[in-house]
Write a new protein. Structure first.
Ligand code: DGL
Length: 259
């Protein structure tokens, strides 16, 4: 059994890299739905349909553990996948998202006010607010959709990203902690930190490797089934030269394959 990592596009490579660095021995398959990215402003029905397609693909590729790196897909589909899809179609497969590990990390220091940024769909779902308050009912959550960031990062336009972040940061002045709830935001965490120097940033590339390692220690029934030849395969739903260039920034020798 391999570990599958799914994202709406290539932003999730940041998370895949973090997982591979923390747990290099396992076999990984990455799948980015570059044909349909971005998910952040699509309807829940479409996001579910694309994510189901991705799960079936990764399961066919022998993934027994799948991490949904995409916050938007996690927000909209994870519950359905765990409660309906797996019991019906994939009893031996475990699907995990990024939101619960992020919430646990965010609450670690006991701060009483926590900010969240993400795509419009993630923020509209209020998944972070719901999960944060489940564990810590007193916590005040300040959420903001930050739709200018994914297009700016995808276009490699860090001047626009900085401008947008400086504007968005006004909402979070004096907030002790901020969750960067989107695959792409680790790539601009320095810009967030510059705009909010006193704020503790909760970044998924920093936490997911450690969280998955902890999870596998607790779930030896899954861990013992994972193959360990340290192979990596990267699939996309649509190929393009610029996708390869983006992916090469994180994995210089990457070979993208068409799904
Ligand atoms: N992967 C998405 C997320 O983490 C961001 C990109 C998109 O909108 O598809 O929410």
């Amino acid at each position: 059994m391999k570990i599958g990592v799914f994202d709406s596009g290539l932003g999730g490579l940041v998370i895949a890299k973090a997982l591979m660095q923390a747990l290099p021995q396992y076999d990984y398959i990455y799948y980015g739905d570059t044909e349909h990215v971005p998910y952040g402003e699509k309807t829940p029905g479409r996001i579910l349909a694309y994510t189901l397609d991705a799960m079936r693909f990764l399961i066919n590729q022998k993934c027994g553990l799948i991490i949904i790196a995409c916050n938007t897909a996690t927000a909209i589909t994870l519950r359905y996948l765990q409660k309906r899809f797996c019991p019906k179609e994939a009893q031996n497969v475990k699907i995990l998202g990024v939101i619960i590990p992020t919430v646990e990390e965010a609450l670690k220091k006991g701060e009483k006010r926590i900010g969240v940024v993400g795509t419009p769909t993630t923020i509209r779902s209020d998944i972070y607010g719901v999960e944060l308050r489940k564990i810590s009912p007193q916590v005040e959550v300040v959420s903001l959709a930050t739709p200018r960031l994914v297009p700016a990062i995808e276009a490699n336009d860090f001047t626009e990203a900085k401008r947008a972040i400086n504007e968005y940061a006004q909402t979070f002045q004096n907030l002790p902690a901020l969750i960067l709830g989107c695959t792409h935001y680790p790539l601009v965490k320095d810009l967030f930190q510059e705009a909010l120097p006193e704020t503790r940033l909760v970044c998924q590339d920093d936490l997911m490797g450690k969280k998955l390692a902890d999870y596998l220690k607790r779930h030896t029934e899954i861990e013992t089934n994972l193959s360990r030849k340290a192979t990596r395969q990267f699939f996309v739903s649509k190929m393009s030269k610029s996708y390869t260039q983006v992916a090469q920034k994180l994995f210089p020798d990457i070979q993208l394959e068409k799904k």
